[in-house]
Design a protein around this ligand. Structure first.
Ligand SMILES: C[C@@H](C(=O)O)C(=O)SCCNC(=O)CCNC(=O)[C@H](O)C(C)(C)COP(=O)(O)OP(=O)(O)OC[C@H]1O[C@@H](n2cnc3c(N)ncnc32)[C@H](O)[C@@H]1OP(=O)(O)O
Ligand SMILES: [Co+2]
Length: 134
């Protein structure tokens, strides 16, 4: 597998507009856009920083992964995403190496990226997203 960069850092927030004030008005990072990803029950805002991005995530449903995360742990870093150049190969390699994949097939994430999550129990405690983007 070829990991090329930190694609983004995913941060769970209760209110996207509120959180954006801090990133835009205090830190001066410009939001590049927002998108609803139905399958993940999230509304996402992208904030590019250098060669990577901060991804702010607000839940669109009470039973989505972001709502559950905030309920259990509060707002904060929910996942880290690493860019890979071939996600199907990366998933196969992870499985061969005994890593528990939440997604055994790629799903579509924000910006039409192909994504797959690895379980925190297999990664020393972080929710890891693999992401392939053209
Ligand atoms: C839009 C897209 C994109 O970038 O394009 C996105 O990012 S979507 C981003 C949102 N989508 C997702 O997160 C989808 C993948 N996530 C999931 O399937 C779920 O959230 C799981 C990660 C499986 C957690 O589910 P659930 O909360 O039901 O499980 P659980 O409470 O039994 O947790 C199992 C164990 O994992 C830990 N755990 C749970 N969530 C964690 C997290 N985010 N980071 C680190 N550890 C975490 C719990 O503390 C627990 O450990 P202990 O047993 O030690 O207490
Ligand atoms: Co993400």
């Amino acid at each position: 597998m070829n990991v090329t960069k930190v694609d983004h850092i995913g941060i769970a927030v209760k209110n996207l507009d509120e959180a954006l004030k801090f990133y835009e008005e205090v830190l001066g990072i410009k939001c590049e856009g927002t998108e609803v990803v139905e399958e993940q029950k999230v509304k996402v805002a992208f904030l590019p920083v250098g060669d990577t991005e901060i991804e702010l995530l607000e839940s669109t449903s009470e039973d989505g992964p972001i709502a559950k995360f905030i309920e259990k742990k509060g707002e904060g870093i929910q996942h880290i995403a690493l860019r890979v150049d071939n996600i199907e190969n990366a998933i196969e390699e992870m499985k061969e190496k005994g890593i528990k994949m939440i997604d055994e097939k790629p799903r579509y994430g924000a910006g039409n990226a192909k994504i797959a999550f690895c379980h925190p129990k297999s990664t020393s405690g972080i929710l890891l997203e693999l992401s392939e983007r053209k």
